[in-house]
Write a protein of this length. Sequence first.
Length: 211
Amino acid sequence: MAGLRTYQAKRHFGITAEPRGKVGARGNTFVIQKHAARRLHYDLRLQLDGVMKSWAVTRGPSLIPGEKRLAVQVEDHPIEYNKFEGTIPQGEYGGGTVMVWDRGRWVPEGDPHRGLAKGHLAFHLDGEKLHGGWHLVRMRRRPDEKRDNWLLIKQHDEYARKEGDKDILEQKPRSVKTGRTMDEIAQHKRKAKPRAKRDAKRPVIKRSSHR
């Protein structure tokens, strides 16, 4: 499907366990996946038009309204990706461990298509960890930039925190899907597919004395 061509072209599905996926039904789910790739970040995904619109939030979401977190817009992902938790093999696109850090429903303020086009998407999250209002604000693209950079900003509401309050990322570090830590997810992957033993017995091949 057109909406997922970029996503599918970047991946080798015979190697990675990520879902191939297809454009699905309309809905309002969201997921945030902690992703220890080349650089640790948190992927924010909002369901719209049968796909997950996606941003890589470099330092993760902050509950302090004054803190602006860089959110780099990336390719649309399939809705099936919301359930993906595991390790993408090294050498593959996005290689590293992925955790389902939060999930739930999102509600846009006004028309989300218009908000995305104008570069200011306001919305509310009702997740297991994150709640309340948020803003995604697009920055002006520089000549050397290939992707749109946005800022993820918490709205002032009852769910906001102040400077010096506990960081939600440190306060609630575990997966909402399995309760595991990043290390436990990575270890599980390694145990699930052990490498062949190098000291396995090999057949003895007799070489001829003739050359």
